[in-house]
Design a protein around this ligand. Structure first.
Ligand code: SAM
Length: 353
């Protein structure tokens, strides 16, 4: 009599579980690779090698659908709003964290009309409702930020958008300094052709200003202590000071030179850098970072694998790393009426070694 096919399955299950445990051990070593190692080989068939990242379990988070949400349906075209860009200050962009400067910025972004904001986050209002936004991180902020303890910490947050994480970290006891492109420095734009036109740059910065206005709305709505500075991430103002923690949430993919930005923030961070980014589409080679222009999108430069991110962090002195995988809710195309879908993300908590 032939053996039932289930009997043959036992050694295969054994093999799979041995492989999983090897992958698990490899995953622990994965991010601790030293800079200067040769790149990971591509397998003999031209396929990328097995990635230990795959052995890390994914936290699939739930979405609280009980909150009352307020869609801002009549959002203004950012191009139609009075421009807050460019805005000149002294060359070093100094003094921005002073109460006077913060007041000056608030005045520039007023009126804080919700229809003049771009809602990147589905942000809670003071009365417990929510304004519909592109990313709903509500209740999952700790997962998004790798369960780091923010109490009593001075935090540098690059690219806060609407400020959901600013609001949440401050609620956890952090003093947050946010930083965005602005003043006379635009965000980094992919050229598609010989150069980026002045019109493309103005449109992009008017859009960024609508996002920045939503951050000011959040600050005023929740009476936050947090402050914000603007300028170039490649040349951070000297007087921002030092930080315990830096948060880089879904921002490095939007920078022409993510490693240059990482060098800048690492030099000012004493303890921890938290990086959260999108899992790139497969297949990938484990330490790959891929140039990713998509015609019409001027600001999504890269897909960055966790392996590449881990190596960059090690290289700037943050080699003690843990990594988690999770999903977060996103409305495709930033369309308020779109049903949120789950997006796969990873978070690396990297400590100074
Ligand atoms: C995708 S949003 C991420 C928002 C938030 N950090 C999060 O994780 O939910 C990217 C943010 O980075 C900002 N940003 C883009 N390019 C930048 C640059 N060159 N310098 C500083 N901020 C930039 C955008 O304005 C926006 O606030």
């Amino acid at each position: 009599m032939e053996k039932p096919s289930g009997a043959n399955a036992v050694p295969i299950i054994d093999m799979v579980s041995r492989l999983r445990s090897r992958l698990g051990r490899a995953a622990k070593r994965y991010l601790g690779k030293l800079p200067g190692q040769p790149p990971d080989p591509i397998g003999p068939s031209g396929q990328p090698p097995i990635d230990p990242f795959d052995a890390i379990p994914v936290s699939r988070i739930s979405r609280d659908t009980t909150a009352t949400t307020r869609p801002i349906v009549e959002a203004a075209d950012p191009a139609s709003l009075e421009s807050v860009w460019p805005y000149r200050r002294d060359q070093g962009h100094l003094g921005q964290l002073s109460p006077d400067s913060q007041e000056e910025y608030l005045r520039r972004f007023e009126p804080l009309n919700p229809a003049h904001c771009h809602w990147y986050h589905e942000i809670p209002t003071a009365d417990g409702e929510r304004i519909v936004g592109a990313w709903d991180l509500n209740g999952n902020e700790a997962v998004y930020l790798g369960h780091v303890d923010f109490d009593g910490k001075r935090v540098f947050e690059l690219g806060p958008a609407t400020g959901q994480l600013t609001w949440w970290m401050e609620g956890e006891g952090a003093e947050v300094v946010a930083f965005e492109a602005g003043l006379d420095q635009s965000n980094d734009l992919i050229p598609y052709g010989r150069t980026v036109t002045a019109e493309t740059r103005d449109n992009a910065m008017n859009f960024v200003a609508a996002v920045q206005r939503s951050w000011w709305w959040t600050k005023v709505e929740h009476q936050l202590r947090a402050s914000v500075a603007y300028g170039s991430v490649y040349n951070l103002p000297e007087d921002l000071g030092e930080f315990d923690i830096t948060v880089l949430g879904a921002v490095l993919l939007h920078l022409r030179d993510p490693f240059g930005a990482m060098m800048q923030v690492a030099a000012r961070t004493n303890d921890t850098i938290v990086v959260t980014d999108l899992e790139p589409p497969r297949p990938w080679s484990p330490t790959e970072m891929r140039f990713n222009p998509v015609e019409g999108d001027h600001s999504s430069w890269w897909v960055i694998t966790p392996g590449a991110m881990g190596r960059m962090l090690s290289n700037v002195g943050f080699g003690e790393q843990t990594i988690t995988r999770h999903t977060q809710w996103h409305r495709p195309g930033h369309v308020a009426s779109a049903e949120p879908i789950e997006m796969s993300m990873y978070t690396i908590v990297a400590r100074r070694d």
